[in-house]
Structures are given as structure tokens and as C-alpha cells.
Ligand binder design. Structure first.
Ligand code: SF4
Length: 282
């Protein structure tokens, strides 16, 4: 991928923010900066969190159920969700969170050593992995060499050329589809059209499941979920949709959790067009 501009100032091509970066300047995501006229990922191999998680926790309900996946995260994110559960790393930069350097080869070896505990591969998760897509690609190649799987848990908010870099090496995605109105996405610092393009491109090539966190007063109308589900069904009605419960976090710490009965009503509305709708976090 190439950047527009000259060696003094560039426009980062990785996501819809198109950050204009002066030499040495870091972008909104805190994970990339302009170095020698290129958008470089500064969180490459810098691991802030690591755990062997059940695959269902990603959440993935229809991809090797019952297995485990070595789950890793770095720092940085290109959205600014007021309800973020992982803001200690997603809103952090290299100086504000502890990390350990783990090469792609070492990560794949670690995953391999955990096979006896039911591990199927590596999940890139916790922060937004694709603001540092180069590490995901390089590690996924090593993981594939060992006959293991790569899972990417993402907000789906990067450009299609970035997705094309990792798609050949990714076995499964969980993609957040955080709602279905441009206004709601804008309030999260995101862009709905970017996410829809990402899902449309990923779905034919990898196993894809989607997650919609239902935030009271934000994206919780039956009409919105009905529209969202109908759009997903127009891509592929077999894509599983996880409708999950919000709990008070970050800037929405005073907001009540999502009403459980409402979650089930929303799931029923989504089932009018989708085959598999799961309710989570209840
Ligand atoms: S990936 Fe980061 S630096 Fe690049 S445009 Fe997006 S927010 Fe800006």
C-alpha cells in the first residue's frame, strides 16, 4: 500500500479517518505514525494482553465450538466508543501501557505449544487489531505454516485494501456491526459505510459472525435491528448475529444495563430474516 503526499506530510490510507500526519506525528488511533514519509504501525508485536480463551468468548458460535484460542491484544483503536470495555488498552499509546515484544514466529510457536490444551490458533482481539494490520498478516502467515487458525475480532473500520492484505490468512472474523444508522456510527467516531463494505468483502472468503451491542437509547429500536438484520441477510442470511447486552462502562458508567426482555425482542426481530441470532452477556 502507498500513501499520498510527499515525505513531509502524508495521509494515512489505513482507515476512513484519513489522518493527515506531519513527520513523526501519531494518528488518532495511537498505533500508527508518519515515519520517513510512510504510515508505520508502531504497535507491531507489542502485546499488552494474552489469554487462552474459549472460542465462544470472541464471540464465535459456529467456528470449532468447544475449542480454545490464544487471544492477544496490543494498544490503539480508531473508534472512540463511550462504552468501550477495553479502554485501558484501546485508548492507550506505546508510553501509557505496559507491553511485551512478541515476534510473529514466537507467537505462532506459543500457539503451537498450547495445542494439548485445546488451542486451535490465535485470535487478534481486545484492542482494534487492524490499526496494526502488518503484525496480524505476518503472524497469521506463521500460524498457517503450523496448520493452525487465525481469528480476527474487529470493528471492521479499515479500508478494503487493508482487509485484502489479511483476508487470505484469516480463517474467521467476528466483526462489530454497532448499529445501522450513520448518526449512531458518527457518535462513536466511526463510519457505517466503511463497516458495511468490510463485511461485504469478508463474508464470501472467511467464516464471519457479527456482534451488535445494544446500548439503551442509542441503537435499541426494533426498526433499527430489523433494518440491520435485513441488510446482513442480503449479504448472507446464514451469517450468525450476536445481540449482546450493554453494561455500564467508561463514559456511560451511569447508564443502566440493557433490559433483558428487550434483547430477546430484538433477537426475535432479527430472526425474521436471519437464520442464527444469539443473545449474549445475559
Ligand atoms: S489507521 Fe490510525 S493513523 Fe491511519 S487514518 Fe486511521 S486513525 Fe488515522
Amino acid at each position: 500500500m502507498s500513501e499520498s503526499g510527499n515525505t513531509s506530510e502524508i495521509i494515512c490510507p489505513v482507515c476512513f479517518h484519513h489522518c493527515r500526519l506531519a513527520p513523526g506525528q501519531t494518528g488518532l488511533c495511537r498505533a500508527r505514525k508518519n515515519e520517513l514519509g510512510s504510515s508505520i504501525c508502531i504497535n507491531y508485536g507489542k502485546i499488552t494482553s494474552m489469554a487462552l480463551d474459549p472460542i465462544e468468548k470472541k464471540p464465535l458460535a459456529r467456528f470449532y465450538p468447544g475449542s480454545k484460542v490464544l487471544s492477544v491484544g496490543s494498544f490503539g483503536c480508531n473508534l472512540d466508543c463511550p462504552f468501550c470495555q477495553n479502554d485501558s488498552i484501546s485508548c492507550a499509546g506505546a508510553e501509557s501501557v505496559p507491553w511485551e515484544s512478541v515476534s510473529p514466529d514466537r507467537l505462532a510457536s506459543l500457539a503451537d505449544s498450547l495445542r494439548s490444551r485445546g488451542n486451535l490458533g490465535v485470535a487478534f482481539t481486545y484492542n482494534e487489531p487492524l490499526v496494526g494490520w502488518e503484525y496480524v498478516r505476518d503472524a497469521a502467515m506463521e500460524i498457517r505454516k503450523r496448520g493452525m487458525k487465525t481469528v480476527v475480532v474487529t470493528n471492521g473500520s479499515v479500508s478494503v485494501p487493508v482487509l485484502e492484505e489479511i483476508l487470505p490468512w484469516t480463517d474467521a472474523f467476528n466483526i462489530d456491526l454497532k448499529g445501522f444508522t450513520p448518526e449512531w456510527y458518527r457518535s462513536l467516531g466511526g463510519d457505517l459505510d466503511t463497516v458495511l463494505a468490510f463485511i461485504r468483502k469478508a463474508a464470501p472468503s472467511a467464516h464471519v459472525e457479527l456482534t451488535t451491542l445494544i446500548v439503551p437509547g442509542g441503537n435499541d429500536s426494533i426498526a433499527e435491528i430489523r433494518n440491520l438484520a435485513a441488510w446482513v441477510a442480503s449479504v448472507d442470511r446464514t451469517i450468525p448475529l450476536h445481540i449482546t447486552r450493554f453494561f455500564p462502562r467508561r463514559n456511560l458508567a451511569d447508564c443502566a444495563p440493557t433490559d433483558i426482555a428487550l434483547l430477546y425482542r430484538l433477537a426475535d426481530a432479527a430472526r425474521e430474516t436471519l437464520e442464527t441470532v444469539l443473545v449474549g452477556n445475559v
